[in-house]
Write a protein that binds this ligand. Structure first.
Ligand code: ZN
Length: 165
């Protein structure tokens, strides 16, 4: 099952980096070469952290964190926010590491920017999981299926909540 979760997450990375880069440019945030570039997603094991990066080439997510996407929407959003956390590191975050002011400014700016579309990214992840599972004749938990179709329907509707009476 890890392969499906990994492929689903990896599939949204192009969009993820696009939103991330556009936001950084929009907010006049520093983009260091190799830093705004698309880092690849790796699977790892660690007893100290759920995720880490070298700040340039890769972001590693712990295996159980990747597999947590099957728990549904909240879990997928948490993984995306952890990805964002690592994306905001422009230096290695292996082991103990610093969160300086620039890190927090970047995280704040990107996470609150209207172009950083967490719901859309999460819907894509959940949708990919259901499609990949179907392709491989794997059965998903009812909760994962419900999360996927609810999220997709909400994002697809893309309509503001309006009171009509
Ligand atoms: Zn960190």
């Amino acid at each position: 099952m890890e392969k499906i979760a990994y492929r689903a997450l990896n599939g949204v990375l192009v969009q993820f980096w696009r939103y991330y880069q556009e936001t950084c440019i929009d907010m006049n945030l520093d983009i260091v070469e190799g830093y705004a570039g698309r880092r690849r997603l790796q699977v790892g094991e660690s007893e100290v952290g759920e995720a880490w990066t070298d700040g340039a080439q890769y972001i590693t997510l712990r295996r159980d964190l990747i597999e947590s996407v099957y728990q549904g929407l909240d879990a997928v959003i948490r993984v995306l926010l952890i990805l964002l956390h690592e994306a905001c590191h422009d230096a290695a975050s292996v082991g103990t590491h610093d969160h300086n002011l620039e890190f927090y400014e970047r995280y704040h700016a990107v996470s609150l920017h209207p172009e950083f579309k967490v719901a859309r990214l999460a819907a894509t992840v959940l949708n990919s999981i259901t499609m990949l599972a179907r392709d491989e004749n794997r059965k998903l938990h009812k909760k994962t299926m419900e999360s996927a179709s609810f999220t997709e329907a909400t994002v697809e509707a893309d309509a503001p909540l309006k009171l009509v009476a």
